[in-house]
Design a protein. Structure first.
Length: 176
């Protein structure tokens, strides 16, 4: 059986697209997934499945959420190996790792868009866009950052979801 990590974008933010984690766990179990665990309210789910197609799993989860809640949510499904690779490929100074954010990209942005982002300079914000993640260290905290999830989505022309270092580490621990 394969272990997967599912990240939902934009749920339970500002009272919009509310989904209770207990309900989400029940929904995933009803889809035939095993050992379902949720972590915090931002839509992080670890589960096991015999299915090997990430595209198929993503489509099933996306449809189930739309059917159950009446709204669409971007769904990111990764293997533990994929998330480990993102974590281990951290592209900024190691001293900033614990205060960094990982903006995971649903699709690979064009080389040109990545180059444009990587050539941008914002005061007190350091970031590097790769094929599957933007690594961000906002010196004054994410709440004051201009380089947010939406900032990167617009400039890279992709759908993205952002998690902080602590969440990435916890998801890796829960999925081991």
């Amino acid at each position: 059986m394969n272990t997967y990590i599912c990240l939902l974008r934009g749920i339970n933010v500002g009272g919009h697209k509310k989904i209770k984690m207990a309900e989400l766990k029940t929904l995933f179990t009803s889809l035939g997934y095993n050992d379902v665990v949720t972590y915090i309210q931002s839509g992080n789910i670890i589960f096991k499945s015999h299915e090997t197609s990430i595209d198929e799993i993503t489509a099933v989860i996306k449809k189930a959420i739309t059917d159950a809640y009446g709204f669409e949510v971007p769904v990111f499904v990764l293997t533990r190996k994929m998330l480990t690779q993102v974590y281990e490929s951290y592209a900024l100074s190691p001293e900033h790792l614990a205060s960094s954010y990982f903006t995971l990209l649903h699709t690979v942005p064009s080389t040109e868009d990545r180059a444009l982002v990587n050539n941008l300079e914002l005061p007190n914000e350091h970031f590097v866009a790769t094929e599957n993640c933007v690594y961000l260290y906002p010196e004054k905290g994410y709440g004051k950052a201009k380089a947010t999830n939406t900032f990167f989505e617009k400039r890279l022309n992709v759908v993205a979801t952002t998690r902080n270092y602590k969440t990435i580490v916890k998801l890796l621990a829960l999925s081991s």
